[in-house]
Design a protein around this ligand. Sequence first.
Ligand code: ZN
Length: 265
Amino acid sequence: MRKTRTTAVSIATILLALAALIVYALGGRSRPAPPPTTPKPLTPAPAPAPTPESKAPVEAARQPSRPLLKFKTPAPSIIPAGARPARVQRVTDGDTIVLEDGRRVRYIGIDSPERNDPLYEQGKRFNESLVLNRPVYLELDVQQTDPYDRLLAYVYVRLEDGPELCVNAEILRQGWARLYTFPPNVKHVETFGLCQKEAIDERRGMWKNYVFDSETYFVGTRNGRAYHRPDCRMIAGVRPETLIKYADARQALEAHKSPCRACKP
Ligand SMILES: [Zn+2]
């Protein structure tokens, strides 16, 4: 009997406390909390230093929409009608993902820094900010897989506030990858070239401190993907008359050549 009454009193106390809390909460709230998808004000207050681990996913989910709306150059930014929907399980780096069904996807036309490169983490995180927790849409080119049995694709997403983006192009545009053409998969090479040019012109990402005239000239070959320093061993056996000369690295990059991995121009 006494036990029952004690319980009843306890419940009443809890209910009272709850009611008081609700009244306090309603009275103390001067304006409604913004819905989760509302963008932050344009002049953000200095945020308290976040711990990278805990803050990253939230930031990642909304960060991409703002900077990416500044399109200076066109990009294949409409999800093509035949693109195949998929979900991303995890991001390997700036140009590779793993789908939920376990398939690995290599982004066509770009090459992001490798694991030991200081820019590897940024490229990976930017990629994550675009493709994690969103449906992605895959567009294929001529070859469906590469020699490592990875699916070769252009990856598209639709951001929460509207725009549709080609992820390959945006990674290029932010300077987290360089153009890496791989014939015959060159459907978007021209617009990708413009995205990289924008990154270079704006000195974004890997181009921030890049020295374009570290040599008096650079060389490449008609069918080779790379441009080289004049004394690179990779072109030592090439007949001089077949070499293409570039006045500086920018010229080579605009001709869709990428820096040689051996001589690292
Ligand atoms: Zn080289």
